[in-house]
Design a protein around this ligand. Structure first.
Ligand code: G3P
Length: 219
């Protein structure tokens, strides 16, 4: 399972990149706003800076509500960086825009996916990846990771090549579950990535190693 960073914060991306495990980045309008991005020019500048740090797919989300606007934005985003994945919503307008943009060879990340049916439609409309939102389903008492597993199973059963990108990841155990469910990618906030590396027994064990070494090599 590949790991992407789910952020538009360039400092977080620089820190994550140093681990050598970040293979892409996903952004969305909320993450862009949180990172202080202003307007389309600001979004372009941040996306291009992110692409200078991470050479994998960078997801850039449309903000137009209508099909024509989504298509226009998607074509524009495709010129910004070498490896853009245009984020389009799991709506009728989004699927129409996916169909148009994928036919032009533009990669698509289908976002805000909350059902197998939406994933099936997006895959047929040409999505490169579909993003089931795990945390937001958990928030309302539904099993978000169950949806990831169902989409993986259905895509595998029918030989569908669209990748399953587990999104709305809230904690390190979601990463374990997404990997076990067969997700191709999990996009994680930086704090979750940092948490994945931590275990108290590692810290205790390392301290004991170093203490024993210090004692054995004391002058
Ligand atoms: O990639 C989608 C993600 O940013 C949404 O996360 O925590 O707002 O549901 P969250």
């Amino acid at each position: 399972m590949k790991l992407f960073l789910d952020t538009a914060d360039v400092d977080e991306i620089r820190r994550g990149a140093r681990l050598g495990v970040v293979k892409g980045v996903t952004t969305n309008p909320s993450l862009a706003a949180k990172a202080g991005v202003g307007g389309m020019e600001g979004y372009k500048a941040v996306v291009q800076e992110i692409a200078s740090i991470i050479d994998g797919p960078i997801s850039v989300e449309v903000v137009s509500p209508d099909v024509e606007g989504m298509i226009t934005e998607g074509k524009e985003y495709a010129t910004w960086i070498p490896n853009p994945w245009v984020k389009l919503p799991s709506t009728a307008a989004g699927f129409e825009a996916m169909n148009a943009l994928s036919r032009e060879g533009i990669e698509i990340n289908q976002t805000l996916c909350f059902s197998v049916n939406q994933a099936l439609l997006g895959a047929q409309a040409g999505a490169t990846a579909v993003s089931p939102f795990v945390g937001r389903m958990d928030d309302i008492g539904q099993r978000g990771m169950g949806l990831v597993g169902e989409i993986v199973a259905v895509f595998r059963q029918h030989g569908i090549k669209t990748q399953v990108l587990a999104a709305s990841i809230r904690h390190a155990f979601h990463c374990v579950e997404a990997a076990k469910a067969g997700a191709h990618i999990a996009t994680v906030p930086y704090p979750v990535l940092a948490q994945m590396a931590k275990h108290p027994l590692t810290d205790i064990g390392l301290e004991r190693f170093l203490e024993d070494w210090r004692r054995a090599n004391a002058p």
